[in-house]
Design a protein around this ligand. Structure first.
Ligand SMILES: CN1c2c(nc(N)[nH]c2=O)NC[C@@H]1CNc1ccc(C(=O)N[C@@H](CCC(=O)N[C@@H](CCC(=O)N[C@@H](CCC(=O)O)C(=O)O)C(=O)O)C(=O)O)cc1
Ligand SMILES: N[C@@H](CCS)C(=O)O
Ligand SMILES: [Zn+2]
Length: 761
């Protein structure tokens, strides 16, 4: 079908909300890590960063995008940048803005993200329901917002000098304050939102500086409006944009919302405020159109319509997008075509992939291609450019597998149930274990890369992996841990490794996406029905078990996490796809059990992350999340111990979901949240095992025996010691051996002390 809108169409512009920072070959990661090692100077790092920014603007212009954003670059995280810019840093670490020298400023900036001896970094947590992590500002009445840094202005000027009049992007005041935490020195009941008026003063100053530098439009990101919390803060929203709208010297304002619809109340406030443009996510939950209809359109406020999915990798169905944009033209006088959110969450360029199957490749678009899509849509609508939308409509590759579907259809309710009373092996009080991965050394990563390039034979690579397993087993025996792991040396990533071995999944060579700081992942693409052609982990786990008399825990990644950290097909409900992954994992669990493995851990690290942002959708989510986990794990004998693991705190919202998983042992992050979940489970009379993480693996700091002992004593005050497991709060893959070993020795000693005291009591 060919669509040719009228040649004298309305003026429709194109834009994107943001662009990846890491560079097409992770240049930023390499430059920062080299700077951290002292191998390069601050000047050299700044030069790499400036080059990456310029390349990003150039790519967007070449793609045909009309309005190009700036200040979407960051050395670590944009929330941290915002806190630094407004001087909102905790007193335990010096403010970067107050340093004279560039090198010292950078050193202080990275210290906030990574900590220094004696001063822990800011806490890190998930950015809404994505796999990106931000650094959580710590606010109190003693933190006073003031504009002390000019990053957005400097980057605007830098772009202008290179020939790009960009639209600086700022994190909005509401999202910033509602994403912060209350610092320890704040009085009881105080909330960060109390800083709103002072913060708005600082924003007003920043807007004036940007206007003076020549910025004609500024974007303020308010994704918090897609959450219940943000929707409830509509009074603060009104106050914020009244104040910013009334600022005397300011560019035009675009308030951008994403990760879901914002509801008619917030939309009405924005429409009635003086902001010139509003960005809406018209992809994620489909309710954006209803919101627009409920407020009778935006009138003279420009609508920045997020119709190109900014966080998945499927090509946009242009024909349908044109239809939807046509409807929108009736609801607003001015329209821009955009992505649903920043392109931070997708890989940069599909052209960097050389081995994707052609029929899959045809259905994909990464950041560069998505920029091309918004530009094309803008031209079609405003200039009447003709396009063969038939050729650009993604064809569903239709990778269906009748066998998978038949197997799922044949399952009865007993496939999801384990007996209530299952005994299990003799339990050790305060049994010690780890979460799975041991340090991924650079030798290991180099060997894997050499093997991938064909420079190291499979035989030799496997010999290296077995040697690593020998080392990890011997170390754990020496430390005295009770349930051992093989250390996951064969895995590039806990999701990608499995995706490489499952039918229905494709993986990329260069499809890197930032996860936190310099750490990146290559989310695989789940495009078709999923099945497991052959065992994926049995060889490694049974090898490890053959090297010790102690039990070795088999290690798998659960269905929800496999989905959360992949780009997933959209032609069927997530629930159905999760069941397929659950069934494939069930086969692996059965093979591990058959091979004599008595402890099997199915990680659901992302169970909390995929929790819908709005309460009304959570029950349905937890139903399918729990069902897919239970499908994976319920086929085992009563005596086999099923473990699961979840990282990151704030589990109180899903405590019911944790119970429903019905795992024998659940390990969770708890070190930073002072055992709150353990307390909650204790109150509910939770009967299964719980392993609250007793120290934070995200920091290189080695916890003392006394510190861990104190956490354990707190935990035993809430739940029965026989149900308590002792473990770190996540895998050790990002740590070095020296610190990992010492921390585990301290952990085992702390458990021994508490166990002895309990036995004597
Ligand atoms: C638990 N976490 C995870 C999340 N998401 C995932 N998909 N996986 C996770 O584990 N989300 C929440 C958290 C986030 N945490 C992390 C932690 C650590 C990383 C990380 O370390 N990423 C690595 C890349 C990992 C990887 O894919 N490694 C590959 C390729 C390694 C590589 O770069 N090789 C080089 C050559 C090697 C050399 O010469 O040294 C190359 O190919 O050029 C592998 O090991 O084979 C990172 O470096 O960023 C991410 C998220
Ligand atoms: N088993 C994985 C879980 C990380 S969330 C690991 O230990 O790295
Ligand atoms: Zn974890």
């Amino acid at each position: 079908m060919s669509t040719t809108p009228t040649a004298s169409g309305p003026s429709v512009r194109s834009t994107v909300h943001g662009y990846p920072r890491i560079g097409p070959r992770r240049e930023l990661k390499r430059a920062i890590e080299s700077y951290w090692k002292g191998a390069t100077t601050a000047r050299e790092l700044d030069d790499v960063a400036a080059g990456l920014r310029r390349d990003a603007y150039t790519r967007l212009r070449e793609a045909g995008v009309d309005d190009i954003p700036s200040n979407t670059f960051s050395y670590y995280d944009h929330v941290l940048d915002t806190a630094v810019m407004f001087d909102l840093v905790p007193s335990r670490l010096p403010s970067p803005a107050r340093a004279e020298e560039r090198d010292e400023r950078l050193r202080r900036y990275f210290a906030l993200a990574r900590g220094v001896q004696g001063a822990p970094p800011l806490e890190m947590t998930k950015w809404f329901d994505t796999n990106y992590h931000y650094l959580v500002p710590e606010l109190s009445p003693s933190t006073r917002p003031r504009l002390v840094d000019d990053k957005p202005v400097a980057e605007f000027r830098e772009a202008l000098d290179a020939g790009f009049r960009t639209r600086p992007v700022l994190l909005g005041p509401l999202t910033f304050l509602l994403s912060a935490k209350v610092a320890d020195d704040a009085p009881e009941g105080w909330e960060p939102i109390e800083l709103l008026d002072q913060l708005l003063d600082a924003y007003v100053r920043l807007l004036a500086d940007l206007a003076a530098a020549g910025a004609t439009e500024v974007q303020l990101d308010e994704p918090i409006l897609a959450t219940d919390e943000g929707r409830a803060a509509v009074g603060y929203l009104e106050r914020s944009y009244k104040r910013l709208g009334e600022a005397e010297e300011r560019p035009s304002l675009l308030v951008s919302t994403y990760f879901g619809s914002i509801g008619p109340a917030a939309l009405r406030v924005l429409k009635e405020s003086r902001v010139e443009a509003v960005g809406l996510d018209l992809v994620t939950d489909g309710e954006g159109f209803e919101d627009l209809a409920a407020v009778s359109g935006l009138g003279s406020t420009r609508l920045v319509a997020g119709v190109v999915d900014g966080r998945n990798v499927w090509r946009t169905d242009l024909s349908s997008a044109i239809g939807r944009l046509g409807t929108l033209l009736a609801l607003t006088d001015e329209l821009s075509v955009s992505t649903s959110c920043s392109l931070l969450h997708v890989p940069i360029d599909l052209d960097a992939e050389t081995s994707l199957a052609p029929e899959l490749r045809e259905a994909l678009a990464f950041a560069v291609q998505k920029a091309g899509e918004v530009a094309l849509l803008g031209r079609i609508l405003s200039e009447g450019e003709a396009v063969d939308t038939g050729a650009s409509t993604p064809r569903n590759p239709a990778f269906t597998d009748a066998r998978v579907r038949a197997r799922l259809d044949a399952l009865g309710p007993d496939a999801y149930e384990r007996p209530e009373d299952r005994g299990g092996p003799d339990r050790v009080t305060l049994a010690t274990t780890t979460i799975g991965s041991f340090p991924q050394t650079s030798e290991l990563r180099r060997s894997r890369a050499a093997h991938r390039r064909g420079e190291l034979s499979t035989e030799e690579y496997h010999r290296i992996l077995r040697a690593e397993i020998d080392r990890v087993i011997a170390l754990q025996e020496d430390i005295g841990l009770d349930v051992l792991v093989h250390g996951e040396p064969e895995r590039n990533d806990m999701v990608q490794y499995f995706a490489e071995r499952l039918e229905g999944y494709a993986t990329t060579e260069n499809g890197w996406v930032q996860s936190y700081g310099t750490r990146c992942v290559r989310p695989p693409i789940l495009f078709g029905d999923v099945s497991r052609p052959e065992p994926m982990t049995v060889e490694w786990i049974t090898y490890a078990q053959s090297r010790t008399e102690k039990p070795v825990k088999g290690m798998l990644t659960g269905p929800v996490t496999m989905l959360a950290w992949s780009f997933v097909r959209t032609d069927q409900p997530l629930a159905e796809t999760a069941r397929q992954v659950g069934l494939a994992l069930r086969d692996e669990v059965a093979d591990l059990e058959r091979a004599g493995i008595r402890h099997i851990q199915v990680d659901e690290a992302a169970l909390r992350e995929l929790l819908p942002l709005r309460e009304e959708r959570r029950e349905e989510y937890l139903d399918w999340a729990v069902a897919s986990f239970r499908l994976a794990t319920s086929g085992v004998a009563p005596s086999t111990t099923i473990h699961t693991h979840m990282c990151y705190s704030e589990f109180n919202r899903i405590v019911g979901g944790i119970e429903a998983l019905d795992a024998d042992v659940t390990s969770v992050e708890a070190a930073r949240s002072r055992m709150e979940l353990v307390e909650a489970l204790g109150r509910r009379g939770y009967k299964r095992g719980i392993g609250p993480g007793v120290y934070d693996i995200h920091s290189p700091r080695v916890p003392s025996v006394e510190e861990i002992e104190a956490s354990l004593r707190l935990a035993v005050s809430h739940v029965e010691a026989a149900n308590l497991w002792v473990n770190p709060d996540c895998g050790l893959k990002t740590r070095g051996y020296a610190e990992a070993e010492q921390a585990l020795r301290n952990m085992v000693e702390a458990a021994r002390r508490v166990r002895t005291d309990l036995a004597e009591a």
